[in-house]
Write a protein that binds this ligand. Structure first.
Ligand code: SAH
Length: 223
């Protein structure tokens, strides 16, 4: 009876998601109910490679192929919390990876534009997004350090890989009242930063330590 088994499996994963949010997100200080609810809904186990699906609702980061990783659930929630989304924003995400964070974002803002430099990851993420009938998230393969000029300005920018410094094109594509959240620094010494524009300058707020894969590109680390 495969259909009954599948339902039972889905129920089990849904249960694990509730526990994940309680233990690894809420217990660590994330209080925004919209973010918690979005994370209870998005089936993280479908985004990670099947060999690590059993660990999808654990506290850790996981390998996703092509030497990349999906961030731990708490970090996804923390970065989204720092964006302060009301639901109306146009958001640029750099580093689609599996597409998990893009789908969480799609439930919390108006539109998501996500860029991934590795073809195979972008293709798989775009397929999943289509299969899940998420209509407000678009993925493209490109060097995200250039931003997405056709779609600029963005109310929010979120970067899921660590940059050597704030990439200038991203500052240019940030709306005047916008904000950007990104990790900055070399492996082993990264800080999570929140960037806002103040006239022609940027203000950078330190939001704690971080551990991300490198942002590789023209305005990132060199290959
Ligand atoms: N947010 C993802 C995880 C991202 S991991 C998720 O939810 O699964 C970071 C990703 O950033 C990797 O897939 C890596 O290939 C990508 N990346 C690194 N440099 C990039 C660049 N210049 N442009 C676009 N993507 C980049």
């Amino acid at each position: 009876m495969p259909s009954i088994d599948k339902t039972a499996e889905e129920r089990e994963f849904a249960h694990q998601r509730i526990l994940m949010v309680d233990r690894h997100v809420k217990a660590r200080g994330i209080r925004d109910e919209r973010i918690l609810q979005a994370m209870r809904e998005v089936p993280r186990h479908l985004f990670v490679p099947s060999v690590v699906a059993a660990k999808a609702y654990g506290p850790g980061a996981l390998p996703i192929g092509a030497k990349q990783t999906i961030s731990q659930p708490y970090i996804v929630a923390r970065m989204i919390e720092l964006l302060e989304l009301s639901g109306k924003e146009k958001v640029l995400e750099i580093g689609t990876g599996t597409g998990y964070q893009a789908v969480v974002l799609s439930k919390l803002c108006a539109k998501v534009f996500s860029i991934e430099r590795i073809n195979e990851l972008a293709l798989r993420a775009a397929e999943l997004i289509r299969a899940m009938k998420i209509h407000n998230a678009t993925v493209k393969v490109f060097d995200g350090t250039y931003g997405w000029s056709d779609q600029a300005p963005f109310d929010r920018i979120i970067v899921a890989a660590a940059a050597p410094e704030v990439p200038e094109p991203l500052v240019q594509q940030l709306a005047r009242t916008g904000r950007m959240v990104l990790p900055i620094g070399p492996a082993g010494n990264q800080r999570l930063a929140r960037v806002t524009r103040v006239g022609t300058r940027v203000q950078i707020e330190d939001c704690g330590s971080a551990e991300f894969v490198p942002l590789v590109g023209k305005f990132g680390w060199k290959d």
